[in-house]
Design a protein around this ligand. Structure first.
Ligand code: ATP
Ligand code: MG
Length: 574
């Protein structure tokens, strides 16, 4: 059932303090300010607009915005849009939406493409300084010449061109004289460096492709590694926080900044968020969308911000989760149950309760007057008295869950069965007196009698019943489609596959179950998209955008059972 607030760990609720638990990023910033390395704090969140943001990005966002905020600093949102072939305005728009929804507002909004002119001028400077050259090798040859971790690289035969020749060729690359892929501009660093990123990395490639912002102005595009560090520097970013896979690139970013003598941004790496039963890679998520395994980026099974938002997650739950996960310098995997724990904890506080029956079984109260209607008082949220109460209609014919009746009850089954008395939530105690079966011998209707003295669920004689079940008045029920979700992948690590298979083989075939004819209490009709409820005993639900007038659609956000609380108790958390 619902979690007990007294046993929950302390969490921070506001975005300003979302990163307030101890972490080494904060320690570094504090020390840099103390030592006078920087006099201000400027961070940035730098997504590439080639997909929708996912919960891993939420971690980066909370750190970038949260830490800057703590030190009175600023945070830019910058689109690292150096790759025209994979980038689209749709992604830009979704990212803006998602960052705002998480609760953050950026100071500057920039695009790496804003800096294409400056980056070009800097490339010219590096050429003039003898630190960059035009290479006629193809990208493939460049790769072959680069060597490996064990073999040194081989210098390109074009490495020692004159400055004049390089300037001429680079200008002609820009002017569109050469076909795609025929030449590159490379930094002249060190082909024997143990760090492969320093073996004369490519700075520019030729690509006659339209860019989502600069259109056809450019036919040469800077590589991410040539654009990223200088973009930080242009924005006077002090602490450029990113995930661990960029650690090996840091010396290259520094090299460019030092050669150009520009503002020294400091990169600091932290661990990527990984979650069990899902994937946090835009490339793989795109594949799921493109191949139709999910119904778009905002499918409620997706770990995207737009997916989990549609599913009913709250920004507070995500921020609290990210704070609790913390940061480290080694990559690990976090239990999905931990995310769900923070979700339940937040929804328990805020979601009004309601009654809904997913798999209806008709219950007829034989001694209840036909045509009689009572409005019974139900509590909206036991966690929040101010939420008040509402009236729920009660009548002779009700729906209960099929699961709440067993003709032959197994041991420890205390719900309804012939001869057994149970409490109907907020209503009366009823005793099962008989069943009606169809031709196949299945129970299609159950009959009961009620005790009029137990209105509201109390027993004047003090007798006890062991179960309370939920119900909906049949004549007043609202029909709805309810979508139940299971994990998108069947394995904790979706990338763990049989030989010759890929992560697709681990898709969970039962990740979506549609309940077509659920019965809802009437207060649930016509609720706004995104409204969240706890359906008593069933979980947290929210109104899906597919809802149409008279045809409500609800998503189950998460079931009530909190496996994380159990895991945590057993000390098996991350
Ligand atoms: P993906 O692998 O999903 O494509 P990415 O790193 O290529 O992710 P970017 O748009 O470049 O995506 O990411 C923007 C920022 O978010 C980067 O600073 C990156 O380090 C950070 N980030 C991306 N994925 C995660 C993650 N799983 N956990 C924490 N931060 C992440
Ligand atoms: Mg990236």
């Amino acid at each position: 059932m619902a979690t007990n607030p007294k046993t929950e760990p302390e969490v921070n609720a506001s975005p300003a303090t979302a990163a307030a638990s101890s972490n080494f990023l904060r320690d570094i910033i504090r020390e840099d300010l103390r030592a006078g390395k920087y006099t201000h704090v400027q961070t940035r969140f730098p997504p590439e607009p080639n997909g929708y943001l996912h919960i891993g990005h939420a971690k980066a966002i909370c750190l970038d915005f949260g830490l800057a905020d703590e030190f009175g600093g600023k945070t830019n949102l910058r689109f690292d849009d150096t790759n025209p072939e994979k980038e689209e305005q749709e992604y830009v728009d979704s990212i803006l939406d998602d960052v705002r929804w998480l609760g953050f507002e950026w100071d500057g909004l920039y695009y790496a493409s804003d800096y294409f002119g400056q980056l070009y001028d800097w490339a010219i400077k590096l050429i003039k300084d003898g630190k960059a050259y035009v290479d006629d090798l193809t990208a493939e040859q460049v790769r072959d010449f680069r060597g490996s971790l064990t073999a040194p690289g081989v210098e390109s035969p074009y490495r020692n061109r004159s400055v004049e020749e390089n300037l001429d060729l680079f200008e002609r690359m820009r002017a569109g004289e050469f076909p795609d892929g025929t030449r590159t501009l490379r930094a002249k660093i060190d082909m024997a460096s143990p760090n492969l990123n320093l073996r004369d990395p490519i700075m520019y490639r030729i690509l006659h492709a339209s860019h989502h912002r600069t259109g056809d102005k450019w036919c040469i595009y800077p590589m991410y590694d040539y654009a990223h560090g200088q973009s930080d520097s242009i924005e006077k970013v002090t602490h450029s926080m990113c995930t661990l896979e960029f650690a090996d690139h840091q010396p290259l970013y520094r090299w460019y900044i030092e050669q150009l003598g520009i503002f020294p941004s400091q990169q600091i790496e932290f661990d990527r968020l990984n979650l069990t039963y899902t994937l946090l890679s835009k490339r793989k998520l795109l594949q799921l969308v493109n191949e139709g395994h999910v119904h778009g980026w905002d499918d409620p099974r997706m770990p995207t911000i737009s997916g989990i938002r549609r599913r009913g997650y709250t920004p507070e739950a995500i921020r609290n989760f990210v704070t609790a996960v913390g940061v480290s310098r080694t990559n690990g995997t976090t239990d999905l149950a931990m995310l769900e724990h923070f979700l339940r904890e937040d929804l328990n506080r805020r979601a009004p309760r309601a009654m809904a029956v997913l798999r209806p079984l008709k219950l007829v109260i034989d001694n209840y007057p036909e045509g009689q209607l009572e409005e019974l008082e139900a509590v909206n949220n036991p966690e929040e008295p101010a939420a008040g109460t509402r009236q729920v209609p009660f009548s002779r014919e009700l729906y209960i869950e099929q699961d709440d009746f067993r003709e032959t009850p197994p041991p420890k089954y205390f719900r309804l069965s012939p001869g057994r008395e149970v409490r109907l939530r907020y209503a009366y105690l009823v005793t099962c007196t008989g069943v009606v079966k169809n031709g196949q011998g299945e129970v299609v209707e159950i009959h009961c009698t009620y005790d009029p003295a137990t209105r509201g669920g109390n027993t004047p004689d003090g007798r006890k019943v062991k179960a309370t079940i939920h119900w909906v008045s049949a004549a007043h029920a609202v029909n709805a489609e309810v979508r139940l979700y299971d994990t998108l992948f069947a394995k904790p690590d979706p990338n763990q596959t049989e030989e010759g298979q890929d992560f697709m083989s681990n898709l969970n075939p039962n990740s979506l179950e549609v309940v077509p004819q659920a019965k809802l209490e009437p207060s649930l009709a016509n609720r706004a998209v995104g409204t969240r409820f706890q359906f008593e005993r069933l979980g947290y639900f929210c109104v899906d955008p597919d809802t149409a007038p008279g045809k409500p659609v609800f998503n189950r956000t998460v079931a009530l059972k909190d496996t994380w609380a159990k895991i945590e108790k057993a000390g098996q958390g991350r």
